[in-house]
Design a protein around this ligand. Sequence first.
Ligand SMILES: C[S@@+](CC[C@H](N)C(=O)[O-])C[C@H]1O[C@@H](n2cnc3c(N)ncnc32)[C@H](O)[C@@H]1O
Length: 297
Amino acid sequence: MTMRSLFSNHSHYVETFQVFLKKSTEHQCMLDFIHKKLPQLISSCPELVESISNGKTEINVLSVGGGSGEIDLEILARLQSEYPGVIIHTDVIEPNAEQINSYKECVAKASDLKNIKFTWHKETSLEYENRIKDSKEMGKWNFIHMIQMLYYVKDMPATIRFFHGLLKPGAKLLIILVSGRSSWAKLWRKYGPRLPPNDLCLYISSADVEEMLDGSGLKYQSYELLSDMDITDCFTEGSKTGELLLDFLTETCNFSNTAPLDLKNELIEDLKKPEYSERRGDKYFFNNTLNAIIIEH
Ligand SMILES: C[S@@+](CC[C@H](N)C(=O)[O-])C[C@H]1O[C@@H](n2cnc3c(N)ncnc32)[C@H](O)[C@@H]1O
């Protein structure tokens, strides 16, 4: 059997992602950042503070790759509590129809979103870019975020430059990606060339974004969000959870049964090493640290 990219089977990808969320502190560390740090970063935007204190009652938020909306809704709830009474117009760019449906279900279930108006765009960031460039509707956003999505664009620097250009003066663009110091970056460096090729996902980390920003002159701040993932099940032969985690780690469908034995053994041995995982008792925790990068207009 040949190895196939995880992205060739969307429902399998979603299944692995759900196991990853259950076994990692991915969402907890984002929520921590959203609740403790984000409000002060956004409210330090002079244009926003000035317009709200001048009686303006609307702000515009753009979510790029919003997925099924869990993190977006946390951000919006936080903004709503920061700016009570202000209408928050939220546009969501998301190419996957199933994700948009899940997002709409989350909105329907949430009880306190009455001041938030949603518009979903079923398209990629590039399709949105081409459409908006044609319509010349630029410079209207008070806050834009791209959370765990820049892996999926063809041209990361051009995408950042385009969305940065849509911000109002003083507004902020938030990017969250795996940290260059995480085990993801090490795993991709070593094993990327031996895993199934796909043109849908770039092996990029926050280090690549920071390098691009350093060369571009854009001003930014970077925050480390500590996170880990319990990968102990990967070391139990036949464990379904372990197999799904291995698929997620290697971005491969059914890695355990399709990878050449030498590759599988080497990778599993590496995952136990301290460069990749911290051992606590009989458990192994993979370093899933993220970086939040805030770029100012
Ligand atoms: C890992 S998920 C992150 C979802 C959400 N932001 C979160 O953190 O929970 C990445 C999302 O980006 C979307 N995506 C993939 N390629 C994209 C593209 N070219 N433009 C915009 N979104 C994209 C996927 O459909 C998916 O919903």
